[in-house]
Write a protein of this length. Structure first.
Lengths: 244, 244
């Protein structure tokens, strides 16, 4: 936890004084071993970040005097459309998009997605939020990626994808593609990542007939979690990579 | 499993006929649902890859007629020096370096590595191999990364790192570095990735006084597993990325 995330619905005693008593209080006490008077890095969920001085701390509560003045770090230049992965991978995938500061993650159905995956309890909004927060706490971000579920492939591609792209190029990852994602022009884009085994040819053809262009991530078949991180890492190379 | 990996110590009935009866046989029967006469993609651990025709298959054994003619995919251009991560991450990290075809992974001690991590049963050679094989089966590789453990930081840096680099540049990831890994010259290199919380300043200074140059991976703090994949993904951008 490199940033203590405060929520607008926390117990605010004034505009700048907040009292917390949950896992964040435990973290401050037991991991950071902070004491009264110490300064912590904090952020307001959906808002700015800054410092907090511990006004008081006991076995249950931590009371913070908060000063927020800094903007959150910039967003990643890619939005992601990802075939719903095995539930086992979901938590890590939410954490990853949050770590990289992705604005939108669209989870879609596709031929190689098992129907049962859509029933996973890990897709409940509170479980998604919990995993996103873990990534944001890591990378010191206060802005959560917006996660949307699209359980029908064709309507998503035909009716929604164009609007989502809104003029940005759309790249679809496909092992045999003639062009590397690493070599496409810089700038904002939407990148589609398939399931284990990849998109089927019909899906690639449909998406490419409407909006997308095929790109590869090198010559190797990668797991979904590795492929997603690979896409986001390559998307860093053409933004301003100066440390913020 | 995109490649059935055969071992030289498997039960070879001749130079090209092999009988298997373990989890690979189960996979062929139950996941691939293959039957006699079907062709599978196979590789010989440490050697070439190719096709195998199923000669016979029953509830226990699968007998394969193997023809190996293709070279394994090219290696990644980076060797990796990684601070020993939390045991929970180890399996995924071994899988990742194998997926990307890294030649050498050096796990080292550093100030923020907990001593207890070195006792993890996941560092036993057979557990490491098992995790590497999972990555190689994914990315269709027959060559395993060589994993070496270096439980003492200073002797490793002072006595071994120079020889390991063997004239290649050495990059050490550090959040505030002036240069992005994505912007360094192409070519083979050794890349060092720190633990949760990063290398401490003393470590960075020591390594840089001897051989390394600092690079960053963007402006965000990343988890160790994300940072490692990020390094390897950025290392793809300047090799031949043509599909093989």
């Amino acid at each position: 936890m490199n940033l203590i995330l405060l929520h607008p619905q926390d117990h605010w005693l004034s505009g700048s004084i907040v009292e917390i008593a949950d896992h964040r209080a435990v973290h401050i006490r037991e991991v950071l071993r902070a004491k009264s008077g110490d300064t912590l890095r904090v952020g307001l969920l959906g808002g700015k970040q800054g410092q907090a001085v511990i006004k008081s701390i006991d076995q249950r509560h931590v009371c913070l005097n908060v000063e927020l003045g800094q903007a959150p770090p910039p967003r990643h230049r890619f939005d992601v459309v990802l075939s719903l992965p095995r539930p086992k991978m979901l938590r890590r995938i939410f954490r990853t998009v949050a770590e990289f500061g992705v604005s939108h993650l669209h989870l879609i159905n596709s031929a190689r997605v098992e129907k049962s995956y859509w029933q996973s309890p890990l897709l409940a909004p509170e479980r998604i939020e919990e995993a996103l927060l873990a990534g944001m706490e890591r990378s010191r971000d206060t802005i959560a990626p917006v996660v949307q579920l699209h359980p029908r492939f064709r309507p998503f591609i035909e009716d929604e994808l164009g609007e989502i792209c809104a003029g940005r190029p759309c790249w679809i990852t496909d092992l045999g593609a003639p062009q590397a994602l690493a070599d496409v022009p810089a700038g904002d884009a939407v990148v589609m990542v398939g399931p284990e085994g990849g998109f089927v040819p019909f899906e690639i053809d449909l998406v490419c007939s409407i909006i997308a262009r095929r790109v590869h991530l090198g010559g190797r078949t990668l797991s979904v979690d590795t492929a997603l991180t690979c896409v986001l890492a390559q998307g860093l190379t053409s933004v301003s990579t100066a440390p913020v």
